[in-house]
Every structure is written in structure tokens, then in C-alpha cells.
Design a protein around this ligand. Structure first.
Ligand SMILES: [Fe+2]
Ligand SMILES: [Fe+2]
Length: 141
């Protein structure tokens, strides 16, 4: 992979975002269950998204190890807004950001196999983004 330094910086950046996503979805699942009647379904969907984000963490971490890096995340308590609307709005911005970082990584990636993996991940981010936007619309946001 050419331009390893830039690639590693991008992969490290996206890893931080992915971890943030893992915990954000879990917090939102909790929020749905607490505040929404019938929030169980949405809670389950977001827990599944959290699992998908965790798989992205795995995939990106494996690549960083392959490139000789030690993947790390400084654990902190992820806070989300107490309002479902505000939480979803913030989350949509997060997903947009991560989608953009993957687009950058894909453009810089010279490894054809990994590029396919990255495109698959980016597609899932798009689904997350669309689902969050859809829920927000349904809730009148
Ligand atoms: Fe992700
Ligand atoms: Fe996502």
C-alpha cells in the first residue's frame, strides 16, 4: 500500500470514530427504551448497528496491525443528548463524517481486496445514516 503514513493516519482517525459509534448506538438504544413507547424495536435495531460498528473496529484494527501499528482507543464515557431528536441529529452528523472518512480512505487505498472491504463498510454506514434520518423524520424531527 503506497503512502502508508497518510493511510495509517486515516485508519487511526476512522478507528476513533468507529469506537465512538459502538457506544453511541448503545446509549441511543437505552434512550429509545427509556423514552419511547414501543422503543424496544428501535433499541434492538440500534444494538445491532452497534455490533456492526464493532465489526468495523475489528476490521480496521486488523489492517492497522498488518501495517505495523498498534490500534488503540482511549476509553471514555460517551455522552449523548438526553433528547431523542437531538441525539439522532448529532448521530446523523457523526455518520456523515465517518462516511466521508471512508471515502477518503477508499480513494487512497491501493489494495484492491481491502478496497472492497472498505466499500462494504461504507455501505453499512450509509444504511445507518439513512435509518437514523428515517427515524428522525418519523418522530417529526
Ligand atoms: Fe462503522
Ligand atoms: Fe455507522
Amino acid at each position: 500500500m503506497k503512502n502508508n503514513k497518510k493511510m495509517m493516519a486515516l485508519l487511526n482517525q476512522v478507528l476513533q470514530q468507529e469506537y465512538l459509534e459502538v457506544f453511541t448506538y448503545l446509549k441511543e438504544a437505552e434512550l429509545f427504551r427509556k423514552k419511547l413507547s414501543g422503543g424496544e424495536n428501535l433499541g434492538q435495531i440500534f444494538e445491532n448497528f452497534s455490533q456492526e460498528e464493532l465489526r468495523h473496529v475489528d476490521r480496521i484494527s486488523a489492517k492497522l496491525i498488518e501495517l505495523g501499528e498498534r490500534p488503540s482507543w482511549s476509553f471514555r464515557n460517551v455522552e449523548i443528548p438526553d433528547s431523542i431528536h437531538e441525539a439522532l441529529k448529532a448521530h446523523i452528523l457523526q455518520e456523515r463524517k465517518i462516511y466521508g472518512i471512508y471515502t477518503d480512505i477508499i480513494e487512497n487505498c491501493t489494495d484492491a481486496d481491502f478496497k472492497i472491504v472498505l466499500k462494504g463498510i461504507r455501505e453499512q454506514e450509509k444504511e445507518h445514516l439513512e435509518k437514523a434520518a428515517h427515524i428522525l423524520r418519523k418522530l417529526g424531527g
